[in-house]
Design a protein around this ligand. Sequence first.
Ligand SMILES: [Fe+2]
Length: 257
Amino acid sequence: MTEAIHDLGHGFWSIRGDLRIGGVLNVGTQASLVRLTSGQFVMLDSYPLRGEIRDRVMALTDQGRAVAAVLNLHPFHTLHCAATARDFPQAALFGSYRHRRQHPDLDWRSEPVESPEVADMFSRDLVLTLPRGIDYVSTNERVHAGSLLAWHPASRSLHVDDTINLMPVPSLLRRFVRKPRLFLHPSLPQALQQHPAALAEFRTWLRGLATEAADLRWLCAAHSGVRRFAPGQFTTELAAAFSRIEPKLARAEARNR
Ligand SMILES: [Fe+2]
């Protein structure tokens, strides 16, 4: 993956970034820029803006002055918070308690990003939805299944970090496999909360998301890119992804009893 910005229309831009594990393997990362009905903008997640992408974002946002807020959505995606806070010093900075703990020097808003108060603040333009039945911030630092998802009905785009992923298609196979496959994060069973209703709660939440985003056009997934869906296709593929991981979730639930 190389850096890029995609205009998905209706006030939504997906920024595709580089993230190298151990300095070698580029697993990619993302941020999104959303224009609100008010004319101001919100950044979803943090990413250091450089070159043409920076020029484009600054031109759209009156040199950054029109960015009203930065919402850091994934508790374990904390590398770039300071760079984005520096780029938009006037923007209200939101994050989970883990973002605040990693960057205690930044000027965080007191409301946690995943709180109903923050969802209300942006509800005119965004649906911020927190998966139920799984931990948002796992005590196990390797469990990244939990995240806050952002649905933008105007562009029918869903910005999601880690909870839902797209399987990258190796370039050699692109002639045969056109669309990257949707899957739920493999660490989901470890994120399942330790109470008897956890799996039922997660299933109900996922079905609610599938209904809410039934006409989804764009899925922006953190480490694997952007994919276009035909109306109704996301619902079907999300249900199939859930079926593939459901036995593991059921076993985890049985262990938790
Ligand atoms: Fe991640």
